[in-house]
Design a binder for this molecule. Structure first.
Ligand code: GLA
Length: 738
């Protein structure tokens, strides 16, 4: 619900959980009043505090108590009294960067629409407020959009700029949101990492000044994820206040938290400004990506839960909304580049018998690609390896009763390729200088529509005659020496944003022609795991690191924002290819269950008993994936802080719960152990692994006993298994009345 108090010029957006309040002041500037737990509607004017402060710049001669430096603002501009960093910057044709946008009008509508060319949360289950601000000298408008969801403690915000002037508007900075919190008693939580250790959780106290995370690599990156949260210092997984922020964008981003010396905390999120610039011509509109704001007063788990719901309900494409993900086998770690059609059929045949549903042919099927030094850009089949072609092979795989998918890396080019010989100018980089290679490859200039169209046609030629159900879209390097021969000298700062718009436009083209294909995005594992990608590709390859024990941290951290149905998770071989670690097969399965679940190993080399064991895991996943992928997820034991990890999912009806408990190293003669479960119905009677019965309140308040023989006890078989890297799944089902 959105109400506007005409007299005091206050907007109040609210639902059952949250309130968001802002005000137009006497100078037609937007002031922020509140975002947090719901408060009833009334006159909030008295909440705007004015005080006289030395050395402050004020807008009028009559008063000296209303400097914008000391006001909480909604979408601030730097320098206009407010000396903190602003959310936008425009340059006049005479060089000035001073401007003054004033409130002009507002509109309240039902639902929200897609942003042109950009991924967007789309739904009718929300109300949207748009506020138009205008600078008469610039003859331009900023439009702020706020959508409040009916059923979630969530607001989305985005910004548009329209230029009506004959002179082009130079945009230097345009963030998607800004929010001024009353105080600074928060800690910042973000997800940092690198290849094979993506989305580790960092939590730190705020200090005065600016703390920020960002990417300037051309993709959202594995270094920092476009997500962060602010929480009170006492906030835990299940208790306390926190605010989560995420950006629906896959390119360069910045997330800034600035604490001023009056203890106000300003949060800003959007396209990274030092690598961005845009010239907006007359009557053009610039769309900044959407940001998502979540509030929780029940800790981080609730925040994640709201994000998961918003992503599943409103972001994932209709075709894949609440749809269980196919159990796939991918041949990458089984064969790398060394395969032929016969080998692929052999793997697929056994996989089918094991219950797998989809075969994915990874890198190496095209051009002359027998290693990673050549052929990116040559998207036509290598008949030496696959004599039947992709169309023939796709038929054969379908005849086995499996779906079929392929790997592509459309944004890349090798010098050793036909594409480079034909179009050397399509490579990103300044030819007057060395252009860095990464994994022997270079970037194709996706800021150029001609390049995107060309790659679409090449891919379309493969897809149109074949039965393709799935595509793994990879992106294996960051963008360096970002210079485009397609853009003129004054537009080079548009490159990064135009590049990602090019990526989105190729996705749009492919999805409109092939709406049934399931895309899985990948960037050397999870270096582009973001909400922008999830709009097009409903799942992401979480990490190249397939080691079950490493995956505990990666999947635990990833779950802060992303639901399990989006996380690619496979059983791979031992010794593990990244860590050389040997983990038991059941632990590899018990970790992979909490994601999309698949296989990434050479099934032709498995022993019979391993085939039978994995087949049982596949059966289990088929039975419970709906609950795992779309139920409520709870983090129970944090692997960053202990020698254990545990998590669980609970079905919507609370009649089934699945708990995964993992031991990293075995301890000896330690304490008995139990964990307090979450999300069950306290009055329901459950059976635990068909071994004993108890009520939900026992499992939540006393806890589930997970002691093992290391505690000196000889336990029943329903308790956790013994030894390093062991694990246990507890299946908790409502007891059926007889
Ligand atoms: C990246 C991906 C892997 C695999 C290889 C193929 O590293 O993350 O899963 O597809 O590329 O080259």
């Amino acid at each position: 619900m959105i109400v506007f108090n005409e007299e005091d010029k206050i907007f109040h957006l609210s639902n059952k959980y949250i309130s968001y309040i802002l005000k137009i002041d006497e100078y037609n500037q937007l002031l922020h009043i509140y975002f947090g737990k719901k408060i009833q509607n009334s006159n909030f004017s008295h909440l705007v505090e004015y005080a006289k402060r030395a050395m402050a710049s004020c807008p009028s001669m009559d008063k000296n108590n209303n400097s914008y430096e000391h006001m909480r603002q909604e979408y601030p501009q730097y320098g206009h009294g407010d000396m903190r960093e602003g959310a936008y910057e425009f340059i006049h044709n005479y060089g000035s960067n001073v401007c003054q946008f004033e409130y002009k009008c507002y509109e309240i509508t039902r639902g929200k629409k897609k942003i042109k060319g950009l991924p967007t949360v789309e739904t009718v289950e929300c109300d949207t407020l748009s506020i138009t601000l205008e600078d008469k000298i610039l003859n331009s408008q900023i439009i702020l959009y706020y959508s409040i969801f009916d059923e979630e403690a969530c607001i989305s915000r985005r910004v548009e700029v329209k230029n009506f002037s004959d002179s082009p508007l130079k945009i230097e900075k345009l963030l998607s949101m800004s929010l001024d919190f009353y105080d600074n008693q928060y800690e910042m939580i973000d997800l940092y990492g690198a290849w094979s250790r993506e989305r580790y959780i960092e939590r730190h106290k705020l200090h005065y000044g600016k703390q920020s995370i960002s990417s300037m690599r051309g993709h959202s990156s594995n270094n920092f994820n476009p997500f962060f949260a602010l929480a009170r210092k006492e906030t835990t997984e299940n208790i306390g206040e926190c605010f989560g922020f995420a950006l629906v964008y896959s390119g360069n981003f910045e997330a800034d938290v600035y604490v001023d010396t009056y203890d106000v905390t300003r949060v800003m999120f959007g396209i990274e400004s030092s690598t961005f610039g845009w010239t907006l011509n007359k009557n053009e509109i610039f769309y900044a990506p959407e940001s998502i704001l979540v509030y929780s007063n029940e800790g981080f788990n609730k925040m994640s839960n709201v994000f998961h719901k918003v992503i599943n309900k409103y972001l994932i494409r209709d075709k894949w909304k609440n749809k269980v993900r196919p159990i796939l086998i991918n041949n990458w770690e089984a064969t790398y580049f060394d395969f032929n059609e016969e080998k692929i059929i052999e793997i697929a045949t056994i996989a089918k018998e094991m219950g797998v549903e989809l075969f994915v042919l990874d890198d190496g099927w095209f051009g002359k690609r027998n290693d990673d030094t050549s052929s990116l850009g040559d998207w036509f089949v290598n008949y030496d390896k696959i004599p039947s072609g992709i169309n023939g092979l796709s038929e054969k795989i379908h005849d086995l009763g499996l779906q079929f998918g392929i790997w592509i890396e459309p944004e890349m080019i090798n010098i050793n390729s036909n594409l480079y010989n034909e179009h050397p100018n399509w490579l990103v980089g300044d030819k007057n200088y060395l252009i860095s290679q990464s994994r022997n490859q270079f970037i194709l200039d996706f800021s150029n529509d001609e390049v995107v169209d060309y790659i679409f046609k090449l891919l379309d030629n493969v897809l149109k005659d074949s039965k393709i159900d799935y595509i793994k879209w990879d992106m294996n390097r960051s963008i360096s020496e970002a210079y485009s021969q397609n853009l003129n000298a004054t537009s080079q700062k548009e490159f990064f944003h135009r590049y990602i718009l090019g990526v989105y436009s190729l996705y749009e083209k492919l999805i409109s022609k092939y709406p049934d294909i399931l895309f899985e995005s990948c960037a050397s594992g999870g270096a582009r795991f973001d909400l922008g990608m999830l709009y097009y590709a409903p799942q992401t390859w979480t990490s190249d690191n397939t080691d079950a024990i490493e995956r505990l941290k990666i999947q635990y951290g990833t779950s802060m924002l992303y639901p399990l149905c989006t996380m690619g998770s496979h059983i791979s071989a031992i010794p593990n290819h990244q860590l050389f670690r040997n983990t038991p097969l059941n632990t590899r399965a018990n970790v992979a269950f909490f994601g999309t679940f698949g296989l990434e190993l050479d099934v032709t080399k498995l022993k019979n008993e391993e085939i039978l064991e994995i087949s049982k895991y596949i059966e289990f996943m088929k039975d419970y994936r709906k609950i795992i992928q779309f139920g409520d997820f709870y983090r129970l034991i944090n692997p960053f802080e202990s020698n254990r990890c545990a998590w669980m999912v609970v079905s919507e009806k609370k009649d089934i719960a699945i708990v995964g408990v993992y031991k990293i190293l075995q301890n000896v003669n330690g304490p008995y152990e139990k964990i307090n479960l979450q999300g069950l119905d306290k009055n329901k009677k459950y059976t635990v692994n068909s071994k004993y019965e108890c009520y939900g309140d026992e499992l939540m308040n006393y806890g589930l006993v997970i002691s093992d023989e290391g505690s000196g006890e000889r336990s029943g078989s329903y308790k956790i298994e013994k030894g390093d890297f062991s694990s246990m799944i507890y299946l908790i089902k409502e007891k059926e009345e007889v």
